[in-house]
Design a protein around this ligand. Structure first.
Ligand code: SF4
Length: 439
């Protein structure tokens, strides 16, 4: 459909990257809607005449995906299908100067903290009264809740501090208000996210205040599950474990990216911890929150990683049997500390190590899932797909963890509701279940 001359802005917002970027997109949508501007999230077709692309600039693949998306929409503009293309987010924050020259057909570029300037393009103002309100793009029953922005950590491989700046915690009152508004809109599960959630409060309260935040969030009516993401191993505030054990709304789940295990690599990666301290922390977490599911992320192929280091990592993963584990192959990022080192692990070796670690995890995950057969779990039903109702237990975060599949031909379940599901079969990364018999 040729749209030349169409003037009333109808925005299509496209989000790339992580859940933190998704929350930023939701805030942009809330502000546009608050100014009476029509906006859709990742709409198909070209009904919209203005496209905003919220980009990711984390590692090579993500950067390439962002650039491909920008080129797709600048081409649509050249073909007269849309009128304007605006780019924001991490890639724009990090490479704006170069990109302005390389892709001149973009109407304007914005950094990660420049929402008011983006709104100006629509003759719209930043509405402070909307802070704490948020249009969400996830299923109605769960939402991400960003508790801080930026990061003060020096991890060698990471470009996030370059794009997101220093750590800034949101005041507790603001987070509680946001949680209450989300609950009013039907949200039952809050996924707490940050670059480093365990750093919460050190800047504005001069102490680690995550435990206090969790305590107050647990009292928000309507919220049934609170899930912790992006904890950091060194300086881990163990007082949160007491709150997790005491407050049933806080899922027995902890996402704590460790990135590596060999003390040599933890030093090179500037992670501020050792293998021994990490194992001690994991033992404390499991002792203080029995039955907890621990999710972690490992990075293989970092400059300096030897075959011995990798073997230590494999043994560590075998020993600690994480319920959930993701693996990344190192990406050489200019501007990072490691970016000045020699990228001395060949790509083939990086990929081989990543595959080997995932194969080990597949086996561990199957064994852990096998142990769930015959047991019943409170399950949040997310969607219906390919003849199944698909849900998650408290041990599973959306999009990254295991799912529970229930045959939709045999059973009916309500999306957005909790159901007690008895597990009848286990797979590497999924479970098959049936509604538990009501006594
Ligand atoms: S904690 Fe480390 S890896 Fe995570 S965002 Fe901060 S610098 Fe990056």
């Amino acid at each position: 459909m040729k749209t030349k001359g169409a003037s009333k802005p109808k925005v299509n917002l496209v989000t790339l990257g992580c859940s933190k970027n998704l929350v930023d997109s939701e805030v942009i949508m809330t502000q546009l809607k608050g100014n009476g501007i029509s906006v859709a999230h990742e709409a198909d077709g070209n009904e919209n005449n203005i496209v905003i692309i919220n980009t990711c600039g984390f590692i090579d693949n993500a950067k390439q995906e962002s650039i491909d998306t920008i080129l797709k929409y600048t081409e649509a503009k050249e073909n007269g299908l849309i009128e304007k293309v605006y780019v924001t987010g991490c890639l724009s924050q990090r490479y704006r100067d170069d990109l302005e020259d390389e892709i001149p057909n973009v109407d304007a570029w914005f950094g990660t903290m420049e929402l008011p300037m983006l709104l100006k393009k629509f003759k719209a103002d930043y509405k402070h009264e909307l802070i704490g309100e948020r249009v969400t793009t996830t299923s109605r029953h769960y939402a991400y809740l960003k508790i801080s922005e930026g990061c003060d950590r020096p991890c060698s491989f990471c470009a996030i501090p370059i794009m997101r700046g220093k750590h800034v915690s949101k005041p507790i009152e603001q987070i509680i208000t946001e949680a209450k508004n989300l609950a009013k809109n039907g949200v039952k599960e809050l996924l707490l996210i940050a670059q480093d959630s365990t750093y919460y409060g050190l800047d504005i309260y001069k102490k680690r205040n995550f435990a206090e935040l969790l305590d107050q969030l647990s009292d928000v009516e309507g919220i049934e599950w609170i899930r912790l993401h992006y904890a950091f191993p060194s300086g881990f505030p163990e007082d949160i474990l007491e709150v997790m054990a005491r407050k049933p709304k806080i899922c027995n789940y902890l996402d704590i990216p460790l990135q590596h295990a060999s003390t040599n690599m933890l030093e090179i990666m500037r992670r501020g911890t050792t293998m021994a301290r990490t194992e001690k922390l994991l033992a404390n977490i499991r002792a203080k929150v029995p039955g907890i599911a621990i999710r972690t992320t490992m990075l293989v192929g970092h400059p300096g990683e030897t075959e011995e280091d990798f073997q230590e990592l494999m043994d560590f993963v075998e020993r600690n049997r994480f319920e959930r584990l993701g693996v990344f192959a190192y990406s050489h990022e200019e501007g990072t500390h490691a970016g000045q080192m020699k990228d001395d692990v060949p790509q083939k070796v990086k990929d081989t190590r990543a595959n080997e670690l995932m194969e080990l995890q597949e086996q561990i995950s199957l064994e852990l899932n096998d142990a769930k057969v015959g047991k019943t779990y409170k399950t949040l039903i997310d969607r219906k797909e390919s003849g199944y109702f698909i849900g998650r237990t408290e041990f599973d975060s959306p999009e990254v963890d295991n799912e529970v599949l229930i045959d939709a031909k045999e059973h009916y379940l309500k999306i957005g509701d909790f159901a007690d599901i008895e597990i009848i079969e286990a797979r590497e990364f999924d479970l098959i279940g049936v509604p538990a018999k009501q006594n």
